[in-house]
Design a binder for this molecule. Structure first.
Ligand SMILES: [Zn+2]
Length: 392
């Protein structure tokens, strides 16, 4: 009985590939010749064995490897990378016909994609003198066999550090509706990096964020800046730091080092206590006694904060318990006071002071029984890797 093949002609390479899981040490072409010989001896049916160019499965795409290697080598010149990976896109019809053919042959084959990627990778590796890297390649090359095109994707360059922000009008990340183009920590740090790496885009990932009008002083906030789809990877970190810090735009970065994408998740899970300096104005003269007793009541205690209205669109409405670790009265003069507050991560400090119309309880405002306005707020220390509240 004649075997019913989905194609009437195949090349030796495609025939051999249908037994790729049998034996090792042979190329698919050699394996194909062995299969052809054995089938012939046993009197078994096979489609016509033809040249690769006439093959109904591969249409000769794998005999074109040298041409692809040359084209890729040309495309990647100028890119900085120490390793790479080749991927490919084949017509769905090709994969489907190949699948049916391999099934008829016993289901011991490998996909044409796999052979193409492996062989192209080998040949490129020799040409470029660079290693193939499967897990985390600097450069991924995708050959689209349908359109005979090559696309390159480089993995992002990640640099971690800490930033200080000395202005009260600077958001951490870009405004979505670009009213102030160039004016954010993200752009002040990211644009120089984008230029140094010739990258397509950049993203700042912060360990939490401060409000636009809050300065970030002291030891600074941890961040990871990502250069997306970079052409260059060898960033001179000293020059990067000096460029940002020398721009005089109110952002200073330090402690720079190259890092892994996994650091982003780690720093985003920020649970560090923070110390703030707040300048507040009481509605009328409260008397130092009253302020001191309010501070004593809150220090070391839990306060209850319903989600502030100003962030209610971004956060679910619930009541959070946060510990105020310590409060000091640094300065008190007329209706004005300066307080140093250390609080648990996630405390809404402005609301802890002004009470947010009763949504935070207790607050400096409720304990002093009068409206309190927060004039200025600075983060002056982020307690990384230490827990300032020994009772928690
Ligand atoms: Zn073929």
């Amino acid at each position: 009985m004649a075997t019913d093949f989905p194609v009437d002609s195949v090349c030796s390479r495609c025939l051999g590939r249908s037994y790729a899981k049998v034996g090792s040490g042979f190329s698919n072409i050699v394996r194909g010749r062995i299969v052809e010989f054995v089938f012939h001896i046993l009197g078994l049916d096979l489609p016509d064995i033809v040249e690769e160019g006439s093959c109904k499965i591969c249409s000769g795409s794998l005999s074109d490897l040298d041409r692809y290697t040359l084209a890729i080598a040309g495309r990647v010149s100028g890119y900085e990378f120490s390793n790479f990976l080749v991927g490919s896109t084949f017509d769905r019809e090709v994969l489907s016909v190949e699948g049916s053919f391999q099934e008829v042959m016993g289901g011991l084959g490998e996909s044409i994609k796999k052979e193409f990627n492996r062989e192209c990778g080998k040949s490129l590796s020799e040409t470029l003198k660079k290693e193939v890297e499967f897990l985390n390649p600097d450069l991924t090359i995708i050959v689209d066999l349908r359109y005979d095109s090559i696309a390159l994707q480089t993995s992002s360059v990640y640099i971690s550090g800490t930033y200080r922000k000395t202005r009260r009008d600077l958001p951490q990340t870009r405004w979505i509706h670009g009213d102030h183009p160039g004016d954010s920590v993200e752009e002040i740090v990211g644009i120089p990096l984008q230029e140094m790496t010739a990258s397509e885009n950049f993203f700042l990932h912060g360990a939490g964020r401060e409000d636009v009008d809050v300065r970030m002083l002291g030891n600074g906030r941890q961040f990871v800046i990502e250069a997306y789809h970079p052409v260059k990877r060898a960033v001179d970190l000293d020059r990067f730091r000096e460029t940002v810090n020398g721009s005089g735009r109110g952002v200073e970065i330090s402690n720079l080092s190259f890092c892994d994408v996994s650091l982003i998740r780690k720093i985003k899970a920020d649970t560090n206590d923070k110390t703030y300096r707040a300048r507040v104005e009481f509605d009328s003269f409260p008397g130092e006694e009253k302020v001191r007793s309010a501070i004593e009541i809150m220090a070391g205690k839990i306060i209850y904060q319903r989600t502030p209205l100003r962030v209610a669109s971004r956060r679910s409405d619930l009541i959070r318990e946060r510990r105020i670790i310590s409060i000091e009265l640094e300065d008190f003069h007329g209706n004005l006071a300066t307080l140093i507050v250390t609080a648990q991560s996630g405390t809404y400090i402005k609301e802890m002071l002004n009470g947010d119309n009763g949504r935070t309880e207790p607050s400096l405002s409720s304990l002093c029984e009068m409206p309190v306005r927060v004039l200025e707020l600075d983060v002056i220390m982020i307690h990384r890797g230490e827990n300032t509240d020994k009772n928690v």
